[in-house]
Design a protein around this ligand. Structure first.
Ligand code: GDP
Length: 478
């Protein structure tokens, strides 16, 4: 529902200054790239006497086609499971013991790798588990509305009972509306008290089937392996009721559960396929990144040619690291993939620019008071999200009376040609890379455009340098 000021002006065939002036009179300082909200659009359309229908600009780059129609070629697919619970109640142990007991599919000789998800077989039926630390994927997917979990397993240690995080997890699971199974873990312990836990859970709206409720409570021990089979059987029974389906012949649609930049392999993303079959050689788009699938590697470290519904693989061949929760889609051509990725990049970038320039009347007053304020713009790329956040916030704190730092764009992944373009189109802007480097062609472009790329592997050196630059830019004092 956002439209940028200049686009609005173009649509109305009015000079942009008219639009900006009306907004200014209302106490909103906006520049040409800012997005107009629904309220502003309403005010403006009244002011200029036009009728406006609002369409979602996301449609422009939205490559994900959602249909409510049932695909006649859809067949049964395995369930996708997320395990959640209070810290130390045994999530990791449970995931490990299920995996150890059940990973089959002739992976002899393969090296078990942690890739963020894995598939096991129980009596000839597959089950996929999301296996990401802290369940970052679950929350980021929920935020993006691309929830792929079919069943949530809430782990509660039977010797410890319901804890604060258990309550959080109950809320998340209930909100997501997916079926819940409770695993009563650590049943090997003498102090285990399953009835106490059942009572506590029932108090919070999770009532056990054997008490007349609708949630299965399965006693297990991740340590001894007791009850694991029962748990898996319960998952299969629950899945049967859900009638989960996908069409293996459709164009691939997959969700990213984990991603990183790897030495030698470049950007990699672990995906779980939601529909269709993802194949080596497919042209894909994934948020603002795109590429041709160079290799697919499964959780046993084996290269595979394709990956079908509810199954998982590491995708090699993207140009940038996509965020967890992003949707990957196979496209008809390299060109199409690139186009969608670019539209998305532009959208995100403008949104970021808009965020950094949108001001209220109050801000304006202080900005006018700081008349000689200069700003140093920064485009920042890092290898992982952790360092991105750390550097970003340190940079924003680095300012003095005369100069401030504006991080106009930031992201995880290698330094790309688009980054160089962005920097070359902005005044007073530097390109910073942390643990990432530009490739030869990007370097060449940077040289041609006179763009300064600085790369670092130690955060304080980066911050030291930036402080130095700020000092250099300060207006001389007399
Ligand atoms: P997480 O924080 O939920 O991932 O919990 P972990 O899997 O790391 O387990 C926390 C601790 O509980 C570890 O020391 C495990 O060895 C232990 N633990 C997990 N499951 C069991 C179990 O079934 N029985 C016993 N006795 N200990 C367990």
């Amino acid at each position: 529902e956002d439209i940028r000021v200049y686009e609005f002006a173009e649509k109305l065939k009015r000079p942009m200054s008219d639009i900006i002036k009306v907004l200014f009179d209302l106490g909103m300082m906006m520049t040409k790239n800012d997005f107009l909200g629904a309220d502003e659009i309403e005010i403006l359309s009244e002011e200029f006497g036009v009728e406006v229908t609002i369409v979602d600009p996301k449609d422009e780059f939205n490559y994900v086609q959602e249909t409510d129609e049932e695909d006649p070629n859809a067949v049964e697919r395995p369930p996708i499971i997320t395990i959640m619970g209070h810290v130390d109640h045994g999530k990791t142990s449970l995931l490990d013991s299920i995996r150890k007991a059940k990973v089959t599919e002739g992976e002899a000789g393969g090296i078990t790798q942690h890739i963020g998800a894995y598939t096991i077989e129980q009596k000839g039926k597959a089950i996929t588990f999301i296996d990401t630390p802290g369940h970052a994927a679950f929350s980021s997917m929920r935020q993006r509305g691309t929830d792929i979990t079919d069943i949530v397993i809430i782990v509660v240690a039977a010797d410890d009972g319901v804890k604060p995080q258990t309550l959080e997890v109950i809320k998340i699971a209930k909100d997501s509306g997916v079926p819940i199974i409770v695993a009563l873990n650590k049943m090997d312990k003498e102090t285990a008290n399953p009835d106490l836990v059942k009572g506590q859970m029932a108090e919070h709206g999770i009532s056990p089937v054997d008490w007349g409720g609708d949630v299965e409570f399965v006693p297990v021990s991740a340590k001894t392996g007791m009850g694991i089979d029962d748990l898996l059987e319960n998952i299969l029974l629950t899945a049967e009721v859900l009638e989960l389906k996908a069409n293996p012949d459709a164009p691939a649609k997959a969700a990213v559960v984990e991603s990183s930049l790897e030495k030698g392999r470049g950007p990699v993303a672990t995906v779980i396929v939601q529909n269709g079959t993802l194949k080596v050689g497919n042209n894909v788009v994934c948020g603002s990144s795109y590429g041709r699938v160079k290799a697919l590697v499964n959780e046993n470290g084996k290269q595979i040619k394709e990956v079908g519904p509810s199954h998982t693989a590491v995708v090699v061949g993207l140009n940038e690291v996509p965020a967890a929760g992003e949707i990957m889609m196979a496209m008809n051509s390299d060109k199409e993939a690139k186009e969608y990725a670019h539209k998305r990049y532009e959208y995100e970038r403008n949104k970021e620019l808009s965020k950094s320039t949108k001001s209220t009347l109050e801000d304006m007053t202080s900005m006018i008071a700081e008349g000689k304020l200069k700003s140093l713009k920064v485009v920042l790329k890092t290898d992982v999200h952790g360092s991105l956040e750390a550097i970003r916030s340190s940079l924003t704190e680095l300012r003095n009376d005369e100069v401030k730092i504006d991080v106009i764009s930031s992201g995880v992944g290698g330094i790309t040609e688009s980054d160089v373009e962005l920097v070359s189109n902005s005044e007073n802007c530097v390109l910073l890379g942390f643990n990432v480097r530009p490739t030869g062609s990007v370097k060449a472009l940077a040289k041609q455009r006179n763009v300064d790329i600085r790369t670092y592997s130690i955060i304080y050196q980066l911050l030291d340098d930036m402080t130095g630059m700020l000092t250099g830019m300060m207006a001389p004092k007399f």
